[in-house]
Design a protein around this ligand. Sequence first.
Ligand code: PXL
Length: 294
Amino acid sequence: MFSNPVKRVAAIHDMSGFGRVSLTVIIPILSSMGIQVCPLPTAILSTHSQYEGFEFVDLTPNMQPIIDHWKRLKLHFDAIYSGFLGSAAQIDIVAKFIDDFRDEKVMVVVDPVLGDNGKRYTPISEDMVTEMQMLVKKADIITPNLTEVFLLLNEPYTPKVNHEQIRSYLLRLAEMGPKIVMITSIPATDDQHTSVIAYNREDGRFWKVSCSYLPAAFPGTGDTFASVIVGSILQGDSLPIALDRAVNFASLGVRATFGYPGKPLEGILLERILPSLSQAVQPTSYQLLNWSSN
Ligand code: PXL
């Protein structure tokens, strides 16, 4: 009666028609995990922005009227989850949305989608990076990749980072506001593995989950990772179990796709692997890192 019978997420992302990123990934993943997704679209694109000549419709002017209708309906969300935003002005709208719809039970996840492989995505301007630095302050959880870590911290990009640097980036990002910071796609020194390392400011613990690395980059794997994190925590999993499920699901997607020749821009073959999200939690491989937070 007093809470939603099915957990409900406001998902603030773009809708890219082709290429398996953002809402076309987030909706099936969260639905498969038994969670209702309410999209608040930020932009409509013909494809994601890594294809040449993509069409882009900025929905900034449409967002506030949609939000106002949701307010009149007194909708309550268990989580607010934002990702790719279409303009700098939009970031203020999202910040206000968080203020209006948040209470102490609402989980706010900001995936600061800004770039990858050392570069900003084409539609992301410098202003949007500055605005995203403001938005992450409002989040409970953020999930940047390494490129996004450097953009958020105004540091020059370097692909090779050691553990000491990762630890200090996690602490600096957590100081900006989020309780939990997860840095994705950290290469291991052996080049054979890739890891996610997370820091929980509330208990001072650091967690690491690794998987074997394949030389391929599929757009949308960050959205896949963050969606499983949102779904898993809403299902009641602990932080290390959520990290483990998200890393292993994204890695399964990469492995299911990698053997086919050539069209990495189409993303991972999500449709092949979705059923695995309904299985009971599988054996896990997370590690508690022996790092202190002071
Ligand atoms: O998954 C990230 C993402 C989201 N939205 C758009 C993108 C990308 C990455 O390329 O282009 C429009």
